[in-house]
Design a binder for this molecule. Structure first.
Ligand code: FAD
Length: 589
């Protein structure tokens, strides 16, 4: 059976020993109340929620799925009670704005909680996580009246939120969406159109659902600059905050899909539905990006979280399943065979999963701290630098965590042999559940394009150079703790610089270069970042000689000798350019 225990020790190590998060929190008024002890207590409780409330419904939720009947969507048995328990414990408002009932937890803690939620039950996790993203966009861009009306009820878990972008003909290219918004005399709007693939568009978990919908006003410019953002509630809200009439936002059907079966993926029909503008007219895409950037990190954590559950389950199985003998002689002479963990190939798989999961968790915490600094620091320069880092690393986190999440869940499945392929053990569910994370919130190809094009080429590599300078500065002071790894990290940084220079060069000469090469570039950046974070973990255990510290050293050494070298083959592919990718005529395929 799949198994999950929140990896609290590793989370604490990363927050406190690697990043000294408390000193960052205490330096900023918005997070000053967070201490190491409080963070530990929150992580402990969050772990109990993930293990005790969410994980027990993971398998049954997958088996049962969501049901649709004439516009009504029923979530799997137990989801409603679990969602209510999350709401009652304040977990649906984890890092929400305290002014409107949020818990105000730092993002550096939230990324760890979100990883746990996805590990335990990513279908159930999606309902509060989408709601949180909707709150962020409302908080950042809506009027005070709209904020007061919607935020407290969403944070309390009485209502939930959605993100309505995609239309049948408009997915990646939102500039061509057709949903219309007509202004009404009372200052509201009438929204008409069809959105597809809407996560949590309809369900039975909350009494109201607040849709954030992208639509076009009459006469709006063509393309992305003619899109506005609207709040469209399922039930209209009376002046006293009570629920009023049913609005014209109705679920037409739900999708039957490969994974995340407990998450309702809905076709939403908006038929003269009443909505309210959020932010400026025609600036809707920029407002929606507040939500999308949050969701991108969160979906990255879906990859990481499922990789962790797959790893833990595979370790348990490898210790228990007996097949064959160790190459060095029987380890279990009383039994017919040894546990499969004695075999080099099984260990290769487990070590790969472990190295990727722990490296990813450290990157998530680093990004969480940058998000905290960007939001709460009083130092304008520190804020600007953190914002730049967040912009650069968000597409990397989304794509690299989820691509590696597929790698790790497949490795976990492989450790189970044939038992990984059948449903009974739950390993195939993780592969199915993680797969969507590479696709939604902008496909991983689009994330790579965002990194290589908007975040690197557009500013001639300045943000990437600043990140590499930060890593070099760290290396300068810590290299004494790293042994051979310091030279290897420096070599990796040089390769990242060379790849960036090569990207800029190719982009100048070849209009197809960025689109064709972006995925390899993102992977290089991802592997180099994990190398830095593994070095930071090694530096953090310097001088320690306990089991935890030694296992970190061994896993880091494994990462450097077995996974980091992938950057060389990636670079060889990358520098070959786009010529042969683009050479065949379309009708030759
Ligand atoms: C289960 C599920 C849940 C979802 N939840 C939501 C939700 O809550 N809200 C919402 O609005 N949407 C949601 N989506 C939609 C999702 O975000 C889109 O499916 C995704 O962004 C891709 O859009 P598309 O499917 O139209 O593919 P397309 O845009 O048609 O892309 C097809 C392929 O072409 C590639 N491609 C497209 N344009 C380019 C380009 N310029 N350069 C290079 N490659 C390109 C893509 O990477 C992809 O490989 C969900 C989808 C699913 C399946």
């Amino acid at each position: 059976m799949a198994t999950y225990k929140a990896p609290i020790d590793d989370m604490r190590f990363i927050l406190h020993d690697v990043f000294d998060a408390e000193s960052v929190w205490s330096s900023m008024p918005g997070t000053a109340e967070m201490s190491q002890d409080l963070a530990d207590a929150v992580l402990e409780e969050a772990g109990k929620v993930a293990e005790g409330i969410m994980f027990p419904l993971n398998r049954s939720g997958d088996e049962e799925g969501c049901q649709f009947d004439d516009g009504v969507v029923t979530t799997p048995t137990g989801f409603k009670e679990a969602f209510n328990a999350l709401a009652e414990g304040g977990w649906t408002a984890f890092s929400g704005n305290p002014e409107f009932g949020g818990q105000g937890m730092p993002k550096s803690l939230a990324v760890l909680f979100e990883e746990m939620m996805h590990s335990a039950n990513c279908s159930l996790a999606l309902y509060p996580l989408l709601s949180n993203g909707a709150c962020l966009a409302i908080d950042a861009h809506a009027t005070e009246e709209l904020k007061q009306t919607y935020l407290p009820k969403i944070y309390s878990g009485e209502w939930s939120g959605t993100m309505c972008l995609t239309e049948p003909h408009s997915g990646t290219d939102l500039g061509i969406l057709k949903t219309k918004a007509e202004p009404l005399a009372d200052g509201s709007y009438e929204i008409t159109g069809t959105k597809i693939f809407i996560t949590g568009g309809e369900h039975d978990l909350t009494e109201n659902i607040i849709h954030l919908v992208l639509a076009r006003l009459p006469g709006a410019p063509q393309g992305p600059k003619g899109i506005s953002l609207f709040i469209v509630p399922k039930f209209l809200v009376n002046e006293d905050g009570s629920l009023g009439e049913r609005n014209g936002a109705v679920c037409g059907s739900i999708e039957h899909k490969m994974g995340i079966k407990g998450s309702a993926t809905c076709v939403m029909n908006f038929d003269n539905a009443k909505g309210w503008l959020v932010g400026e007219e025609n600036n809707g895409l920029a407002c929606m990006f507040t939500m999308m950037n949050y969701e991108r990190v969160s979906i990255g954590l879906q990859g990481l979280g499922l990789g962790e559950t797959s790893y833990q389950s595979a370790v348990e199985y490898a210790l228990d399943r007996t097949q064959g003998r160790a190459a060095t002689g029987a380890q279990n002479p009383d039994q017919a065979a040894d546990p499969i963990i004695v075999h080099g190939d099984v260990r290769r798989m487990l070590m790969t999963m472990r190295a990727l999961n722990q490296g990813g968790r450290a990157l998530a915490a680093y990004l969480g701290l940058q998000l905290d600094i960007a939001k709460f620091s009083e130092d304008a320069e520190a804020r600007a630098q953190a914002e730049d880092r967040v912009a650069l690393l968000t597409p990397v986190a989304k794509a690299f965590f989820t691509d590696r999440g597929l790698d790790t869940t497949i490795l976990g499945q492989q450790v189970f042999g044939g038992h990984g392929y059948i449903r009974e053990w739950g390993m195939e569910q993780m592969v199915r559940d993680v797969r969507i994370a590479q696709i939604y919130e902008g496909t991983n190809g689009i994330q790579a394009l965002d990194l290589a094009g908007r975040k690197v080429a557009r500013n001639k590599g300045a943000s990437m150079a600043a990140l590499i300078a930060e890593i070099r500065e760290w290396l300068g002071t810590e290299k004494g703790k790293l042994g051979d790894l310091s030279e290897q990290l420096e070599e990796a940084l040089v390769l990242a610089e060379t790849a960036t220079a090569n990207l800029l060069e190719q982009a100048q000469e070849d209009p197809n270069a960025i689109n064709a090469l972006a995925v390899e570039y993102l992977d290089i950046v991802g592997y180099v970042l994990y190398a830095w974070l593994w070095a930071r973990m090694i530096a953090a255990v310097d001088g320690r000689d306990d089991e935890f510290a030694n296992s970190k050293r061994i896993t880091a050494a494994f990462y450097y000798e077995r996974l980091l070298p992938k950057i060389h083959s990636l670079y060889a592919q990358f520098k070959a350019g786009s010529k042969n990718i683009m050479a065949l005529a379309a009708d030759q395929f």
